[in-house]
Design a protein around this ligand. Structure first.
Ligand SMILES: *Cc1c(COP(=O)(O)O)cnc(C)c1O
Length: 387
C-alpha cells in the first residue's frame, strides 16, 4: 500500500488502495463482511488474522488502509462517528493534569466533547486563534500535550498555517491534531505539513452522499498508531462493515466530487460577495479572505463550504435558510446535495455564550454538485424576498 502511494497519484490511490479483487470470486469491490465472529481452525488458528469484528473486520480494514494511503500515514482507523474518533484520540493523548489548546472556531460537537466531557477527566484547555501561530504559542503551558486545529474551520472558514503551528507545537513537545473534515485529503494532507494525527468525520466529504455517519484517525507515528489501535478496540466505537463499505464507495469519486464542489462554491461565494443584502462572505478562495494565501499554499482547492452574514440580523438569516428550495435546510455537509443552515441555532447552538460563539446573522452553505446556475438562482430568490 505504501508502494502504491508512491507510484500512483491521488485519484488512483483513492479507487484502489486497500482493495484488491476478491481472491475467491474476483469481485472488484470488497465484499461487505457483515459478520461478528470468524471460524478458527483450531484454538487461536485465525485465517487472515480475523477473530471478532470489533477488533478487526475485512471491510473495515480495506477502508482503514485506504484512508492511511490517502492521508500519507502508516495507519488509518475507522470509527462509528467523527466524535467517536475524537473521543478515542483525546483519551489516548491526554491524562489528568494535562492541557490542550483548542481553536476559537471549530465544530460545535468537538467543543462540547472537550468542554463538557474531557474536562471532567481533569484535563484543562484553553482557546487560541489558531490562524495566528503566536496566539497558539501564547496559550502553551508546561503541561500542554496537544494542539487541536481545524482548517478550514467550521463555520467561519478560518485558515490555519499547519506547518507553522506544527513547529510551535513540536517546540513545546505537544502533538498537533488537524481536523481535515472540511478539506478532505484530496485538497489537503496535514501529515505532510507536520501534523501528528488527522481527524475526519467521514460522514462528510469522504462518504459524500449523506447516507452514513462515520469517523477516522490517521497517523504516521508508529507508537501513536499502536496506542490508538489499542484504544479503538478497548473502547469499541468502531465503524461497522456496511458503514465502512459506504465510505469506501464514496471515496472512489472523492476527487471528481471535490473539483465540482470547489468550482460551485467559488461561483456562489463570488455571487454572494457582490450581493447588496450580504454583509460579509467567508470563503478562503476569495482574495479578500485573510487566510487566502495560506490556503492557496497548503490546499489544492478551496473547498465546498461557504458562510455569509445577512443584512437584517438573525431573523432574516433564519428566513433565508427557510426560503431556500434547492438548498435543503439541514445540518451536516459534504454530500452531493446542497445544504443550508443557521449555525447559531443549529450546528453551533452548543457553543452559545463561549469563546466560540458565532454571529447570529450567519448562514452556512454546503455547496453541492448540482448545476451551479440552479444554486445561484435559489440563493438570489431566498435573499430577494423580504419577510
Ligand atoms: C461533523 C463534524 C465532526 C463530527 O463528526 P460526526 O461524524 O458528526 O460525529 C467533527 N469535525 C467536523 C469539522 C465536522 O464537520
Amino acid at each position: 500500500m505504501n508502494e502504491q502511494r508512491s507510484e500512483h497519484r491521488f485519484e488512483t490511490v483513492a479507487i484502489h488502495a486497500g482493495q484488491t479483487p476478491d481472491p475467491l470470486t474476483g469481485a472488484v469491490v470488497p465484499p461487505i463482511h457483515q459478520v461478528s465472529t470468524f471460524k478458527q481452525d483450531g484454538v487461536g488458528g485465525l485465517r487472515g488474522g480475523y477473530e471478532y469484528s470489533r477488533s478487526a473486520n475485512p471491510t473495515r480494514t480495506a477502508l482503514e488502509e485506504n484512508l492511511a494511503a490517502l492521508e500519507g500515514g502508516r495507519r488509518g482507523l475507522a470509527f462509528a462517528s467523527g466524535l467517536a474518533a475524537e473521543d478515542c484520540l483525546l483519551r489516548t493523548l491526554l491524562r489528568p493534569g494535562d492541557h490542550l489548546v483548542i481553536p476559537n472556531d471549530a465544530y460545535g460537537g468537538t467543543f462540547r466533547l472537550i468542554a463538557k466531557v474531557v474536562e471532567r477527566w481533569g484535563v484543562a484547555w484553553s482557546v487560541a486563534d489558531t490562524s495566528d501561530p503566536a496566539s497558539v504559542r501564547g496559550q502553551l503551558r508546561p503541561e500542554t500535550r496537544a494542539v487541536w486545529v481545524e482548517t478550514p474551520s467550521n463555520p467561519l472558514l478560518g485558515i490555519t498555517d499547519i506547518a507553522a503551528v506544527a513547529e510551535v507545537a513540536r517546540a513545546a513537545g505537544a502533538r498537533l491534531v488537524v481536523d481535515n473534515t472540511f478539506a478532505s485529503p484530496y485538497l489537503q494532507q496535514p501529515l505532510a505539513l507536520g501534523a501528528d494525527v488527522v481527524v475526519h468525520s467521514t460522514t462528510k466529504y469522504l462518504g459524500g452522499h449523506s447516507d452514513v455517519v462515520g469517523g477516522a484517525l490517521v497517523t504516521d507515528d508508529p507508537g501513536l498508531a499502536e496506542e490508538l489501535a489499542f484504544h479503538q478496540n478497548a473502547m469499541g466505537a468502531v465503524a461497522g462493515p456496511f458503514d465502512s463499505w459506504l465510505v469506501l464507495r464514496g471515496i472512489k469519486t472523492l476527487a471528481v466530487r471535490m473539483d465540482r464542489h470547489n468550482a460551485n462554491a467559488h461561483r456562489v461565494a463570488e455571487a454572494l460577495a457582490a450581493h447588496p443584502r450580504v454583509v460579509q462572505v467567508y470563503y478562503p478562495g476569495l482574495p479578500a479572505h485573510p487566510g487566502h494565501e495560506t490556503a492557496a499554499k497548503q490546499m489544492r482547492g478551496f473547498g465546498g463550504m461557504v458562510s455569509f452574514r445577512v443584512a437584517g440580523g438573525e431573523q432574516e438569516a433564519v428566513a433565508v435558510c427557510e426560503r431556500a428550495r434547492v438548498f435543503t435546510l439541514g445540518e451536516s455537509l459534504g454530500g452531493v446535495e446542497s445544504l443550508i443552515e443557521h449555525p447559531g441555532r443549529m450546528t453551533h447552538a452548543s457553543v452559545a455564550g463561549s469563546a466560540l460563539e458565532v454571529p447570529a446573522d450567519l448562514v452556512r452553505l454546503s455547496v453541492g454538485i448540482e448545476s451551479v446556475d440552479d444554486l445561484l438562482a435559489d440563493l438570489a430568490d431566498a435573499l430577494a424576498a423580504r419577510a
